[in-house]
Design a protein around this ligand. Structure first.
Ligand SMILES: Nc1nc2c(ncn2[C@@H]2O[C@H](COP(=O)(O)OP(=O)(O)OP(=O)(O)O)[C@@H](O)[C@H]2O)c(=O)[nH]1
Ligand SMILES: [Mg+2]
Length: 287
């Protein structure tokens, strides 16, 4: 983790030697993106070194994460992506453009009422979208802090960022984890997962629980609704998607006894194929 002030680093629950202060003589970039940009240029060697030291060489994919709106993250993200690509090359990844992605958060409506914050967020979202569309990063995941805060109203101050972060991290984690497991039915395997992570553009993800699975349409509806109202930023044209993955997970007893469930799951996969403009669908059915 890097920042221009130790205040933003101190509270992070990670080992001290994984935090790096990009010392620019002042505490924080004060929402000035130029300062963030200069900070990363000034310290790129140290950051690359810390990355190698922290993560070693057994890494498949790198996600640079930052909160848009401030000066440090927004200003330094493109420089950090460059460092991540150098690291990727160093550990032997063939195509760094496909193995380095970005996870960014959009400021809440309240935060973005400050014109500087809104402008910073807009600038970095625009630049990263261009990079994603041009296949220079893969994927770009945009987390909408405001949307999540509206989905989980009534949060305490203390739980606000940690619960948003946990929600997003576990969503990201579950596809990765499931792809490492094999299934006796249909496996969503690591190659499928990689092909999604490496396809460029923007990525959205969702997770939903379905209880009335015996009805033909509830599963497909759940898939559809989930894509429309994910935790992540909305407004994407789903018909332009290139690849997608969908995994159905059910209990042992359910898989053995629910009549017609296979048909309903297949129907949900077909509907997903329709909504995504016939994107390649990687399927998985797990118990
Ligand atoms: N989801 C999530 N968003 C966060 C978290 N921490 C900060 N943010 C978002 O990131 C934005 C930018 O944070 P800042 O501290 O302003 O940015 P900075 O990159 O440190 O830049 P300066 O403070 O100007 O140096 C905030 O406005 C929040 O919307 C977090 O833990 N989780
Ligand atoms: Mg800050």
């Amino acid at each position: 983790a890097v920042n221009t002030t130790h205040h933003d680093l101190d509270l992070l629950d990670i080992p001290k030697n994984q935090k790096f202060l990009m010392n620019i003589g002042e505490k924080g970039a004060g929402k000035d993106m130029e300062r963030g940009k200069e900070a990363v240029q000034q310290h790129q060697q140290d950051i690359l070194h810390l990355t190698r030291q922290t993560f070693g060489a057994q890494v498949d994919h790198i996600m640079v994460c930052f909160g848009a709106g401030g000066g440090t993250g927004s200003g330094s993200v493109v420089g950090l992506v460059e460092i991540a690509k150098r690291y990727a090359r160093y550990i032997g990844l063939k195509d760094p453009n496909k193995n380095v992605g970005v996870l960014m958060t959009l400021p809440t409506v309240g935060e973005a009422s400050s014109p500087r914050v809104a402008e910073n967020a807009y600038k970095s979202a625009w630049e990263l979208s261009q990079m994603a569309a041009a296949g220079k990063i893969s994927p770009l995941i945009i987390v909408d802090n405001d949307k999540i805060s509206r989905m989980y109203p009534g949060m305490t101050v203390r739980s606000f960022w940690p619960s948003i972060n946990n929600t997003v991290a576990s969503l990201f984690d579950i596809f990765n984890k499931l792809s490492s497991l094999s299934s006796q039915y249909t496996s969503f395997d690591p190659v499928d997962y990689h092909s999604i992570m490496e396809s460029g553009g923007c990525a959205i993800m969702g997770l939903t629980k379905v209880s009335k699975f015996s009805d033909k349409f509830t599963l497909s509806e759940a898939v559809k609704k989930n894509l429309e109202k994910t935790l992540l930023a909305g407004g994407f044209d789903l018909t332009s998607s290139k690849v997608s993955g969908c995994i159905a997970v059910g209990g042992k007893r359910l898989m053995a006894s629910a009549k017609g469930l296979q048909d309903n799951i297949d129907y949900a996969f077909d509907v997903l194929s329709e909504i995504t403009g016939k994107a390649t669908i990687h399927r998985g059915i797990y118990e």
